[in-house]
Design a protein around this ligand. Sequence first.
Ligand SMILES: Cc1ncc(COP(=O)(O)O)c(C=O)c1O
Length: 412
Amino acid sequence: MSSEQWAGIMRGDEAYAGSPSFFRFENAVKGIFGFSHVIPTHQGRAAERILFSTVCQPGHVVPNNTHFDTTRANIEVTGAKAVDLPVPEGLIPADPRPFKGNMDVGKLVSLIAEVGPDAIPLCMITVTNNTGGGQPVSMKNIREVSQVCRSHGIPLYIDACRFAENAYFIKLREEGYGEKSVREIVQELFSYSDGCTMSAKKDGLANIGGFLATNDASLAQKERDLLILTEGYPTYGGMAGRDLEAIAVGLEEVLQEDYLEYRLASVRYLGEHISDAGVPIVQPPGGHAVYIDAAAFLPQVKPTDLPGQSVVVELFVEGGIRGVEVGTVMFGRNDPETGAELPAAMELVRLAMPRRVYTQSHVDFMVEAIVEVFGRRNGIGGFGFKYQALALRHFTADFEPLYEVGGGISMS
Ligand SMILES: Cc1ncc(COP(=O)(O)O)c(C=O)c1O
């Protein structure tokens, strides 16, 4: 965090109710996002749980460009169905188009026609599309999705985790936005929506925290009632006053364009350097992460032998680099009829870059280690599950290698 955020931590007021830190937090959120009700939560998934358990029920369907893992799980636990509607190019890692995070508007229209608007308690758009390769969503796409939703009376929510990075991509890539400030772009983007969930650990630039926001007063009341049951009083949610201060400062700092320029440039630097060495990645590099295309990296490993997990393990063994599989480990499903494992749409490995942490030498080291593993890719095999939980299995799963891990690595 920045020195201003640490100063905020020292100023934090820990009053149980009505702490001034809460009002600074609330003012920052309202000023940037424009929603009238702001509900603090200890992180993003708590906001998701409160939102979905208030509005979803069995038989409901919730569309998203691509659901993040916790978003999907918090919908499914209510008995509702989470449906991903990415644009086709969003599923082609090598395709370099600028807004691969977009939702397929035609598929949204068909889904509404198929299940009826009453079965859709809300529609979501995730900016940037984390599980879809960290790719941005265009303003045009958000406007079109919003028009479809509003014409059917379906509230549109934004999963706002990386709202500032997405807005900066719009500024750089979308016609008509080059001269607008990131704040103006953010304000326009959220004006097309009815609410949002947010993990402040991302573009809140904080270590913990989140919020749920809406313009619907009666919904906000129900959500606050639930908040008290599991998170805490409505002026702190699950957070300490000092966390509220750090987020209030972070939300303003993340709009600074020199910060965003550096952020995107450092991710792009990693992506371009490994891509130049032949490593297949999701193109173009995302806002917060580079995603290795593990299916192309290890074509000899079939999706159900978890090629992404192999790349994750090999990068850790080679260079202590901790990535995460975003493929069949995270999103595979058992076929309800045969019980067989159904692979995910893509086999990716996310290398998310903590903001304000790494220097160029760290990234150069990463490039070397990744290229080294790529050089010995032919000797890498797959993994199998030893243990998996029923939901969100990738957080706690245990694996066994189907080959010799690190084989060929020089340990001298
Ligand atoms: C797009 C997206 N939504 C929701 C979440 C959940 O946020 P949290 O980890 O704070 O619960 C994340 C976290 O990575 C995310 O990337």
